[in-house]
Design a protein around this ligand. Structure first.
Ligand code: SF4
Length: 443
């Protein structure tokens, strides 16, 4: 279950990017954003530039006027030129996804009107950047939603988000022109509630469970219409591209990972949870340092969330593209550091136990295989001396992978695979009856 998190804004620090913390001091740009003069890892904040809990007036003051024609047909070309990829996890090219939904649907002899859904579901327990964005910049997300809806020829519009974010979203809809066009649906607090087909099912029939997608949602989604489910941060990026253009967007980041992204950074006490806006291709160690975790203070980092990957903190760029030895995919923007006294196997066992409990219990391999994996991991974490246990983990992983209606099993086995690699020495130690981490259960 997601933990309730404090989404109050905080001060942009003299640091890497805009860090939202409790002590926000209002240091935000008061003029519309301009293209940065030179590339720098310490560029101005973009997505949260309007400051805390920005209303319609402050939003327009920070970002400039909103032109309804920003969502014209040229937007899809601009998105293609920008290189924007989804910020919700899978990192699909946004223009490609949008183009697929544009005008593909037929209902009988009629063309079905498309649907665009702003997906703010954040069932991942370590993620809090989307609810922070919705709390402080709901109008930027809505700008992107209206823009994409316009580019798709007047699509039906939805916001799907957890209860904690609904008040700012509803207030934003009430104070802006055209807000009544948007339907708001509350997402449940389950891990898989943000999976695209689960989003469509929840809005359509009230059950946030994934379905095997023989037909793509872009062809037949909500009520049989072409449906585009887009992460809320991706929509906020769309809004910036609609205003300032693709070249401006590319001023940040790298040629293969342009723009910025929000990351939810957490770590061992006394490190506080923080949302940072970082450029594409950012150095993971630099991001950790900015969040108050200098090198040497963490033993491993979970990047991408519970369906992500463990890495050692050094030498990794945060990017969806690049060689795995030097790059780690940000997924939904989760960065969680493990303290030097914590046991990586114990941490992984806890996560897999959680994930096993989050199966939608529709597919046998997922329903039975994930609890079995959790059980094996817990036995290893507890110090059971059985050298066959790691082979059993491997066997179970192959058994469940690719055997579900959604990617929950693959996400889980990917995490376990990275733990076997990064904590290889710890696995050997545990199977010999001891744990090298002072805080481990088998220590
Ligand atoms: S793979 Fe698991 S989580 Fe996904 S639909 Fe099947 S049972 Fe549900």
């Amino acid at each position: 279950m997601s933990q309730a998190r404090d989404t109050r804004p905080s001060a942009p620090r003299d640091g890497y990017q805009d860090a939202y913390r409790d002590d926000f001091n209002g240091t935000v740009p008061t003029a519309p954003l301009q293209a940065p003069q030179h590339a720098s890892p310490r560029q101005e904040p973009r997505l949260l530039a309007a400051g805390p809990e920005a209303d319609w007036a402050r939003h327009l003051e920070a970002f400039g006027p909103w032109e309804p024609q920003a969502g014209g047909p040229g937007l899809l070309d601009a998105l293609g030129a920008s290189g924007l990829t989804g910020r919700g996890g899978a990192a699909f090219e946004t223009w490609r996804k949008a183009t697929a939904a544009a005008g593909t649907g037929k209902k009988g002899v009629f063309t079905a009107r498309p649907v665009v859904i702003a997906n703010g579901a954040e069932g991942e327990p370590l993620s809090f950047k989307d609810r922070t964005l919705l709390a402080h910049a709901p109008h930027l997300v809505l700008d992107g939603l209206f823009a994409l809806g316009g580019a798709l020829g007047g699509a039906g519009l939805y916001v799907y988000a957890p209860a904690v974010t609904l008040p700012p979203v509803q207030q934003a809809l009430a104070e802006r022109p055209g807000g009544k066009r948007v339907r708001v649906v509350q997402s449940p607090e389950t891990f898989i509630s943000g999976e695209s087909s689960a989003v469509v099912n929840m809005i359509g029939n009230g059950a946030a469970v994934p379905t095997d997608q023989r037909r793509r949602l872009s062809e037949s989604g909500l009520h049989g219409r072409p449906t585009l489910v887009v992460n809320v941060e991706t929509l906020a990026q769309v809004a910036l591209i609609a205003r300032y253009g693709a070249p401006w967007f590319r001023e940040a980041g790298t040629p293969t990972d342009p723009g910025t992204r929000l990351v939810s950074v957490s770590g061992p006490a006394p490190v506080r949870d923080v949302v940072l806006e970082v450029p594409g291709g950012a150095d993971l160690s630099a991001v950790l340092a900015e969040a108050g975790m200098p090198s040497g203070s963490v033993s491993a980092v979970l990047v991408g969330g519970y369906h992500g990957r463990w890495v050692r903190p050094a030498e990794h760029a945060l990017s969806p593209v690049g060689p795995p030895a030097r790059t780690v995919r940000p997924g939904a923007g989760v960065i969680h550091a493990l303290g030097t006294d914590a046991c990586g196997i114990q941490a992984t066992a806890g996560i897999v136990s959680y994930l096993a409990g989050q199966s939608a219990r529709q597919c046998g391999p997922c329903m039975f295989g994930l609890p079995a994996m959790a059980s094996v991991l817990n036995r290893i974490a507890g110090g059971e001396r059985n050298p066959r246990l790691t082979a059993e983990l491997d066997r179970l992983g192959r058994l469940v992978s690719g055997r579900g209606a959604c990617r929950h099993p693959e996400g889980t086995t990917g995490l376990v695979g990275s733990a076997l690699e990064v904590f290889a020495a710890d696995f050997r130690a545990h199977l010999s009856g001891y744990c090298a981490a002072p805080g481990g259960a088998a220590a």
